[in-house]
Design a protein. Structure first.
Length: 151
């Protein structure tokens, strides 16, 4: 373990869907995976209606976020989690990890995370964290809206 590095040199926020009532699919901005070895997408579900199904997925896309398709890794597993309507969905999290090599079989090197919370929806949000940047500290790739405090 490298105790001389700050957490902000290893991890930063690179994508976000701010907390809001989500029904239709909402996406993070495209993330350029050529900068990272791994990115972790985390969907945070609030008091989502128990009668609504939840879908959280990682999509390969172009730099503008267009031409998106769900990422399929080398083992043929889709990077998508679908939760059936359930009383256990509210106040939970869903995580999807993406490695840079997951995009080698895709047409594009960018990805975005998408979240939908059924027809009624509920408060939810998404945060995408870069893990293991390839070049320089993680803070170099942080979103411009981030405030970073090292101490």
């Amino acid at each position: 373990m490298d105790t001389n590095s700050l957490a902000t040199e290893k991890v930063s926020v690179v994508g976000l869907v701010p907390p809001q009532t989500i029904t239709a699919m909402q996406f993070t901005a495209p993330i350029n995976m050529s900068n990272f070895y791994q990115v972790l997408g985390i969907a945070e579900l609030g008091a989502v209606n128990t009668g609504d199904a939840i879908t959280f997925a990682a999509y390969a896309c172009d730099a503008s976020g267009n031409n998106a398709s769900i990422i399929v890794d080398a083992q043929g597993v889709q990077k998508e989690v679908v939760l059936a309507a359930s009383a256990s969905n509210p106040d939970s999290t869903i995580e999807i990890g993406i490695r840079a090599e997951d995009l080698t079989e895709q047409t594009y090197q960018h990805l975005k995370f998408g979240l939908s919370c059924g027809t009624t929806g509920g408060p939810a949000g998404v945060v995408a964290l870069n893990l293991e940047p390839k070049y320089g500290p993680a803070s170099k790739f942080a979103m411009t809206s981030d405030t970073i405090q090292n101490g």
